[in-house]
Design a protein around this ligand. Sequence first.
Ligand SMILES: Nc1ncnc2c1ncn2[C@@H]1O[C@H](COP(=O)(O)OP(=O)(O)O)[C@@H](O)[C@H]1O
Ligand SMILES: [Mg+2]
Length: 432
Amino acid sequence: MPAEKIRVLIVDDIAETRENLRKLLSFAPDIEVVGTAATGEEGVQMARELVPHVVIMDINLPGMDGITATEQIAREVPTTQIIILSVQGETGYMRRAMAAGARDFLVKPPSGDELMATIRRVYEIGQVQAARIAPAPTVTAPGAVGRPAVRHGQLIVVFSPKGGAGCTTIAVNLAVALQTRLGMSQKVAIMDGSFQFGDVGVMLNLQPARTIADLAVRVEELDSDLLTSVLTPHASGIKALLAPPHPEAADAVIGADGGMTESSRRIGIILDGLLREFDLVVVDTWSLLNELTLTFMDRADLILLVITPLIPDIKDARHFLDLADRLGYPREKLGLVINQADRKTGLRLDQIERALIPALAHIPYDERAGIIAANRGLPIATEEASKPIGQAFVQLAAGVLERLSELRKTEEEEEAVSVEVSRRLLGRALGI
Ligand SMILES: Nc1ncnc2c1ncn2[C@@H]1O[C@H](COP(=O)(O)OP(=O)(O)O)[C@@H](O)[C@H]1O
Ligand SMILES: [Mg+2]
């Protein structure tokens, strides 16, 4: 539970709805309704004055409608998160509301659990966002943020906002497919960024002698030898930095000592080490957007967003893209992977991609391959190379390499421009 109460403003023209929402929320000890408004204008005014964490906004309001009010609040009180309350069938409005800056939506009448869970979730997003946009004036330890000075490799972070969408499957098979494609002249590593419940070791059938927990406590002495000693080699040629076998051992990485900032610093040093040794590093994350996940993402050259073709996944991916915008990540840094893309969900892939971003690859569903991969630890990318799912990983690897090479080219061009500018400035200073 957060130390402070989550401050909520309710905007709805019907007094009974306002009262019902207030009653539902009175059962949540961590939530406080700080105000209610009956019109859009009043809602905007109160949001300005009260700066609530969360606004519950009705769509249909007399006068200024909920979408316009959402737009104004999102602009004027950017720290406030807005949840749209709509009746069934208002999907067209809903899309506009999301575009106007709403963070989530609920269908009327929401259940108490649903309402509270949504409020807590958007509050969390707001907290993460606020911490990133206006960082506290603390001294940043070396290695905690930004790009490392000596950097050789490129970093790919695989993330899925929904557990079970196939994040680990994509990360593991991408690493294997990259290694297969590049041959042994290039070095590929995978890191399990899901420290407590990591599955990378299981999916690769590896029993690690050492894990990230052994490394995290010794980051200060990290060098090439120490790093090599904690990596587990896989038959495909990739090297894996695995999560500890017991969740408790994850304390060494995300331990209470020093908190998140200290953990982020350690992760930063470990990533620097990996990027000095390897050409490509793939990180599997878990579906929680916390400080650690963002540490990986900040440093990533490419973030792969994994979804399945279902509405909740798309909604969460939309939120993630909004957050990525607010964090200032350029669009080229983001790639979409639609997993289980051939599932008949009633949603067309081109529509999904239009609502989000174009996909780098579509991975089909292959039940047998999935079971073999999960139970026997045989990567789909090599075991099923001739099947459509294996081919899809080949395509994904190709798409990723192409994007990474474009990114590197842009980076080099930017560097060349800045060298040229400094040379000219120097020339002018010296009068030549
Ligand atoms: N395209 C696919 N075809 C068949 N099974 C899949 C596919 N993608 C994922 N799976 C299976 O779904 C389960 C969850 O996948 P996983 O990668 O662990 O998801 P996440 O890391 O997002 O929680 C695993 O058992 C995996 O083998
Ligand atoms: Mg996983």
